[in-house]
Design a protein. Structure first.
Length: 116
């Protein structure tokens, strides 16, 4: 089972940037597709971005396209999310997820708060 630990969240003003990290315990990290989801209070969990096992393919929610960049370092078993031009509506708990062969694993999440 993959254990995922997110970090890098915090409080930032609108227009600012944050970089989230997700450290994975699994040495086979490079065989997992990885992604980021977020959940705001009172709202359903929503997709943010995903990246293939090799990093060669990425996909983004329309709401973050052009502002967020997902990347991974398979040598460090780490997933990243660079978030620029942050907006108050980006405020949420951001969760890292690993997916392989129909099995999906989740981290505990890291809080991102964007003030106006």
């Amino acid at each position: 089972q993959v254990q995922l630990v997110e970090s890098g969240g915090g409080l930032v003003q609108a227009g600012g940037s944050l970089r989230l990290s997700c450290a994975a315990s699994e040495r086979a990290f490079s065989t997992y597709a990885m992604g980021w989801f977020r959940q705001a209070p009172g709202k359903e969990r929503e997709f943010v971005a995903t990246i293939s096992w090799s990093g060669g393919s990425t996909d983004y929610a329309d709401s973050v396209k052009g502002r967020f960049t997902i990347s991974r370092d398979n040598a460090k078993n780490t997933l990243y999310l660079q978030m620029n031009s942050l907006k108050p509506e980006d405020t949420a708990v951001y969760l890292c997820t690993a997916n392989r062969a129909g099995n999906r694993y989740w981290g505990q999440g890291t809080q991102v708060t964007v003030s106006s």
